[in-house]
Design a protein around this ligand. Sequence first.
Ligand SMILES: Cc1ncc(COP(=O)(O)O)c(C=O)c1O
Length: 1012
Amino acid sequence: MATKDYSALQISIAEAERIAFNIYGLNGKATILNGELDFNFKLSISEKEAYVLKISRPDQLLDYLDFQQQLLRYIAQNDPNLIVPKVVLDQNGNAVSHYLDTHNQTRYVHLLTWIEGRLWSSVNPKTDQLRYDLGRKGGLLTKALQGFDHPQAHRKIDWDNAQVAWTFDYLHLFEGRQLELMQHFHAKIKERLPQFLELRQAVVHNDLNDNNIVVDYNLKTPQVVTAIDYGDAVYTPIINDLGVAGMYLPMHHADPLAALRSFIKGYHESFPLEEAELDCLYISIAMRLVISLTKATINQQEEPENAYHQISTRPAWEVLEKWSKINEHLATCHFRAACGYSPSPDADEFADWAQSQNCSLLDLFPTIQKTAVTTIDMGMESTIMGNVSDFDHADLIQFRLNELQKQVPETVLGGGYLEARPIYSTNAYRMEGNSGYEYRTIHLGVDFWLPAETPVHTILDGEVVVVYDNGNNKDYGPTIIIKHTYNSNKKFYLLYGHLSAASLKQVTVGQKVKKGALIGWIGAPHENGTWTSHLHMQMMLHRLGNTVDFPGVALPSEQAIWASICPNLNALFKIDGLKSPVIATNKELIDYRKQHLGKGLSLQYDVPIKMVRGNGVYLMDQYGQRYLDTVNNVAHVGHEHPAVVRAGQEQMAILNTNSRYLHANINALAQEIIETLPPELSVLHFVNSGSEANELALRMLKTATGQEDIIASEVGYHGNTNACIAISSYKFDGKGGQGAPKHTHIFPLPDAFRGLYQGKNTGEQYANHVLEQIEKVHQMGRGIAGFIIEPIISCGGQVELPKGFLERAYAHIRAAGGYCISDEVQVGCGRVGSAFWGFQLHDVVPDIVTIGKPLGNGHPLAAVACTEEIANKFANGMEYFNTFGGNPVSCAIGKTVLQTVKKEGLQANALEVGNYLKEKLRALAVQYPIIGDVRGQGLFLGFEIVDAQKNPLAAKVAYLANRMKEHGILMSVDGPQYNVLKIKPPIVFNKENANELILRLTKIMAEDFMKN
Ligand SMILES: Cc1ncc(COP(=O)(O)O)c(C=O)c1O
């Protein structure tokens, strides 16, 4: 193919500025804008005044320019609220001017007003809300264009999907996979073109690509201002306007259909789309992709220097590849759902027909003679499924079901349609969505929990279409699908899953079966995909291109779509026990809580989450969506660790009482703790919370010294009791607080990054402030009871104590006759990695160590370890009694937690993964300097977001935490100015989890709102 002389067409910036001056009398600075045919410049006159200067190619038709200008005027007249560029007349009053270029060719020139904003292509992130807004504005534009016409609207134009046939001649340009894709779509397009050309037509913008959409400057909730560049407007099926945007919106998105739904919804709201149009949207998007890629390939050969042709080539191929894997019917269901039509086009007709059906369990399972169903809850909150370690225990689940069955011998245990379930735990159920992972959890069939070998019979006449062993672990196992016909030519399908191997020989593909025919038997776990015996029965109105199976579970975000394609089997049976469950909304929970639970009890996140399950580093909401938990240092060895759960359950089953009786568990737990501590700390008291531990520790100090005065750190937090609040600057210096009480003395937060003293070697300077407080107490004629601090100050924002600080502070306190408490409630039990206890990061031994959160892995268990000297002084005759502290259940749990840390090498894991993560965070900080400091030890880390002058950027941190939540990662925010993100996950957190955290952080750090 001959290469055109592109350089002969090009126009320099200086030339553009000269043209603007000569023709419009405008003296401005020109900058180059993208353009496929025209040469476009932004002409800036002043900060407030700018234009778009458009210079045509030599072969441009005047009539075509007139078309564009009339179109702009028509929109402006029809909908004055729409923002569109205005035509600016030249010095002689002409809308279109011309001049002769250096090659003596006539070039047309016109000028439009500049619309302020940013191009869609530069906006990050492109949220559903923004896509919805684009849809709405796009629809309004189409509405405003209704009735407009012009001879040029009917011109021949390669970019019109209705004229796509020209691309069929260029197949020879492609090879390999690209050729395969082109052949595939050419065939599809040829098949659909006649139907497509029957669609409603009008003049539409026809080029809603991401360099033609202007967005405002709001970085958090941006809105679309308008579409620019009307050069491709054409009279064509209206759906093409969405077909064009539909090519661009999915780019760089993992889930193309999800990227389109909100856009289509918005469009439909302002310009209602017809069902026939939605039926052709998939093919319209394919047409645009084919045109665009064919065009880019041709242009690439003709004008290799014009980079614009290549801008969207790679992502377009990626979208085409994904498009080829999306079933067209399924895509149409998504589009219909977005517009509020029933997602499956057949759903309404099927529902009408099904009303007349009355299938019976006697048809399906004639050998068991039962007609009713008792609904079994296998959902996210079900206790039948138990701990995650029970899931693979088919016999155990069978035992529990047998117990339930005994209570209702006359009915079949069943149900589960649209139930969100926890059991689909393998990665086969996980998919990358547009905001992190999503999990297919919504069950689309109905289960009948019956013994293996139960015969299964057909419930209607039909034809066998699948007989196949889907033999992967946790798959369907032996599967039969039968096709049924209704209303003479409509089809639906019934899938029978988890059958026995023998069932595969009972029927054959193509076989016609009569209602009541034996088709197979329920399978046993060894043959049915390793499930507890049951029949999974699912109805489908379409097979969506599946050959041997069909998805049995769906994403919660797509529930309505799948429920329409797979109606409840109960449409045929009409049995109460098979109705789909009504899921209570979070609103009820929130409203009750607001009214009846403590008013100061806050909820996390703008949209609170209901958590119903935990497993390792994950928490799960009621829809089964998993959240990577980097907040919960309480679930130390992992949420619902099977060994810990078992220890609690087993002890709970035999005895729980107070610690006044002898019991091996309390001694065993004491021993486990003592083994981790220096020999000086040899006496334990058990309590129920970190607050109670510090409360007791304070009482000990005061009893042992006879003094009242405590020295504590600025922004420290030590618990919620009276005495703990009285030493917690985080509380009494914060909202609702009333400052330090008389006996509390606060020294400055020893923060070497943004504190009073910064940089290395600040330990002594901060310790001098401890001394200063001691002297102040002495000056008042009182003595020191003690000193309390966390080894890494958590609420202060994961502040590591400067080197040498603790050693000096302890020395000052002890010289004044006081005792030292190390509050290990947050950091203890191996979390800091290089040591088991936080104080061991320094060369000190405290007099008292308080232990809380991690010790019970979520169970309320805490402890105070102290020296024999303090223990003796505290035992002054007054009895110490604690109803719950040290009970056998708590101690069984605590012992198992500490043994698990050892057995699973979790301290070493905290060190290795913590260091790995810290290194990755530091690399991220190089890329994004607003990460001012990365600090912490092991899996107790934090990073601080500041500007170049170290001013805290709390709004960015709040944004980041919220966006991370939207990507399925929980993070907490802290620090006196709420500008520190904390990372303190269960210490089973592994490198894969760290990588996921970094992956999502990296994505969100690049978003517009995070830019400084
Ligand atoms: C350092 C520290 N000490 C004590 C406590 C109080 O523990 P609890 O909430 O178990 O009473 C907390 C709680 O967050 C804490 O962070």
